[in-house]
Design a protein around this ligand. Structure first.
Ligand SMILES: [Zn+2]
Length: 163
Protein backbone atom coordinates (compact mmCIF):
# COMPACT_ATOMS: atom_id res chain seq x y z
CA UNK A 1 0.00 0.00 0.00
CA UNK A 2 1.11 3.56 -0.69
CA UNK A 3 0.29 6.15 1.99
CA UNK A 4 0.02 9.71 0.70
CA UNK A 5 -1.79 11.64 3.43
CA UNK A 6 -3.41 11.55 6.84
CA UNK A 7 -2.75 12.83 10.34
CA UNK A 8 -1.38 10.11 12.63
CA UNK A 9 0.47 12.47 14.96
CA UNK A 10 1.09 11.06 18.46
CA UNK A 11 -0.08 7.58 17.44
CA UNK A 12 1.75 4.60 15.95
CA UNK A 13 1.31 4.89 12.16
CA UNK A 14 -0.68 2.11 10.38
CA UNK A 15 2.26 1.00 8.18
CA UNK A 16 2.63 -2.62 7.06
CA UNK A 17 5.61 -4.51 5.62
CA UNK A 18 6.23 -3.50 2.01
CA UNK A 19 4.37 -0.17 2.19
CA UNK A 20 5.58 3.07 0.64
CA UNK A 21 4.93 6.41 2.35
CA UNK A 22 4.77 9.58 0.27
CA UNK A 23 3.05 11.96 2.72
CA UNK A 24 1.19 12.46 5.98
CA UNK A 25 1.85 13.61 9.51
CA UNK A 26 3.39 10.98 11.81
CA UNK A 27 5.12 13.32 14.28
CA UNK A 28 5.56 12.29 17.94
CA UNK A 29 5.75 14.20 21.26
CA UNK A 30 9.16 13.12 22.38
CA UNK A 31 12.47 13.01 20.49
CA UNK A 32 13.73 9.50 19.74
CA UNK A 33 10.33 7.78 19.57
CA UNK A 34 10.54 4.49 17.64
CA UNK A 35 7.54 3.96 15.36
CA UNK A 36 6.14 0.71 13.92
CA UNK A 37 8.48 -1.65 15.77
CA UNK A 38 7.01 -4.71 13.99
CA UNK A 39 7.51 -3.33 10.45
CA UNK A 40 10.82 -4.43 8.94
CA UNK A 41 10.45 -3.33 5.29
CA UNK A 42 9.23 0.18 4.48
CA UNK A 43 10.10 2.86 1.93
CA UNK A 44 9.68 6.46 3.07
CA UNK A 45 9.81 9.20 0.46
CA UNK A 46 8.12 12.13 2.21
CA UNK A 47 6.03 13.17 5.22
CA UNK A 48 6.39 14.62 8.69
CA UNK A 49 8.36 12.34 11.04
CA UNK A 50 9.37 14.92 13.65
CA UNK A 51 10.65 13.05 16.75
CA UNK A 52 10.33 9.65 14.99
CA UNK A 53 13.15 7.13 14.73
CA UNK A 54 12.97 4.66 11.79
CA UNK A 55 13.56 0.93 12.10
CA UNK A 56 16.96 -0.28 10.80
CA UNK A 57 15.65 -2.06 7.69
CA UNK A 58 13.67 0.87 6.32
CA UNK A 59 14.67 2.86 3.23
CA UNK A 60 14.41 6.55 4.06
CA UNK A 61 14.67 8.84 1.01
CA UNK A 62 12.95 11.93 2.36
CA UNK A 63 10.64 13.47 4.95
CA UNK A 64 11.14 15.82 7.88
CA UNK A 65 13.00 13.87 10.59
CA UNK A 66 13.93 16.78 12.86
CA UNK A 67 14.10 15.93 16.57
CA UNK A 68 12.57 18.70 18.65
CA UNK A 69 12.14 18.68 22.41
CA UNK A 70 8.99 20.77 22.85
CA UNK A 71 8.17 22.86 25.90
CA UNK A 72 4.61 22.66 27.22
CA UNK A 73 4.97 26.20 28.59
CA UNK A 74 4.72 27.38 24.96
CA UNK A 75 1.51 25.44 24.25
CA UNK A 76 -2.07 26.58 24.62
CA UNK A 77 -3.17 22.98 25.02
CA UNK A 78 -0.94 20.04 25.87
CA UNK A 79 -1.46 17.06 23.53
CA UNK A 80 -2.92 13.93 25.13
CA UNK A 81 -0.26 11.69 26.59
CA UNK A 82 2.40 14.40 26.74
CA UNK A 83 3.96 15.14 30.10
CA UNK A 84 3.67 18.72 31.32
CA UNK A 85 6.98 20.54 31.85
CA UNK A 86 8.00 21.60 35.34
CA UNK A 87 8.60 25.31 35.99
CA UNK A 88 12.36 24.72 35.86
CA UNK A 89 12.35 22.37 32.84
CA UNK A 90 15.33 22.01 30.48
CA UNK A 91 13.75 24.48 28.03
CA UNK A 92 13.98 27.38 30.48
CA UNK A 93 16.53 30.02 29.61
CA UNK A 94 18.64 31.76 32.24
CA UNK A 95 17.27 35.11 31.11
CA UNK A 96 14.03 36.61 32.39
CA UNK A 97 11.67 38.95 30.60
CA UNK A 98 9.59 41.77 32.10
CA UNK A 99 6.13 41.64 30.58
CA UNK A 100 3.51 44.32 31.16
CA UNK A 101 0.25 42.84 32.44
CA UNK A 102 -3.17 44.26 33.24
CA UNK A 103 -4.42 45.16 36.70
CA UNK A 104 -6.72 42.13 36.57
CA UNK A 105 -3.84 39.78 35.71
CA UNK A 106 -1.79 41.27 38.55
CA UNK A 107 -4.68 40.63 40.94
CA UNK A 108 -4.76 36.98 39.85
CA UNK A 109 -1.01 36.66 40.42
CA UNK A 110 -1.47 38.14 43.89
CA UNK A 111 -3.83 35.34 44.82
CA UNK A 112 -1.48 32.69 43.38
CA UNK A 113 1.47 34.19 45.33
CA UNK A 114 3.44 34.85 42.13
CA UNK A 115 5.60 37.96 41.81
CA UNK A 116 4.84 41.13 39.93
CA UNK A 117 6.09 44.69 40.14
CA UNK A 118 3.79 47.67 40.54
CA UNK A 119 5.10 51.06 39.35
CA UNK A 120 3.76 54.39 38.23
CA UNK A 121 4.30 56.37 35.04
CA UNK A 122 2.72 59.62 33.89
CA UNK A 123 -0.25 59.15 31.55
CA UNK A 124 -1.21 61.55 28.73
CA UNK A 125 -2.74 64.02 31.21
CA UNK A 126 0.41 64.04 33.32
CA UNK A 127 -1.24 62.03 36.07
CA UNK A 128 0.23 58.94 37.62
CA UNK A 129 -0.83 55.70 35.93
CA UNK A 130 -0.20 52.35 37.55
CA UNK A 131 1.83 49.85 35.54
CA UNK A 132 1.99 46.15 36.40
CA UNK A 133 4.96 44.10 35.29
CA UNK A 134 5.43 40.38 35.64
CA UNK A 135 8.91 38.90 35.57
CA UNK A 136 8.63 35.84 33.34
CA UNK A 137 11.06 33.10 32.48
CA UNK A 138 11.78 32.54 28.80
CA UNK A 139 11.21 29.03 27.42
CA UNK A 140 12.28 27.65 24.04
CA UNK A 141 11.88 24.37 22.17
CA UNK A 142 15.20 22.59 21.69
CA UNK A 143 16.15 21.18 18.30
CA UNK A 144 18.44 18.21 18.86
CA UNK A 145 18.73 16.87 15.30
CA UNK A 146 17.83 18.03 11.81
CA UNK A 147 17.79 16.28 8.45
CA UNK A 148 17.50 12.59 7.62
CA UNK A 149 18.36 10.00 10.29
CA UNK A 150 21.31 8.56 8.31
CA UNK A 151 22.86 12.05 8.32
CA UNK A 152 22.23 12.95 11.96
CA UNK A 153 25.34 14.35 13.58
CA UNK A 154 26.56 12.83 16.78
CA UNK A 155 26.41 16.03 18.83
CA UNK A 156 23.52 16.53 21.22
CA UNK A 157 21.65 19.85 21.14
CA UNK A 158 22.65 21.83 18.07
CA UNK A 159 20.39 24.80 18.63
CA UNK A 160 17.29 26.31 20.05
CA UNK A 161 14.13 27.17 18.20
CA UNK A 162 12.94 30.54 19.41
CA UNK A 163 9.26 31.41 19.22
ZN1 LIG B 1 9.68 22.81 29.04
Amino acid sequence: MTHTRGNFAFTDPPFKDGDTVRGGNFSQHTPGTEICKDVTRLVIEAGNYVNCVPQPGWTVRGGNWAQISRCTHLMDTIPKGMQECADNCSHRSATVQDVQITREEAAKLKTSAKAYVESERPDKDGLGEKVFTERKYVYADKVTQVGRPDRWPKEAAIGELER
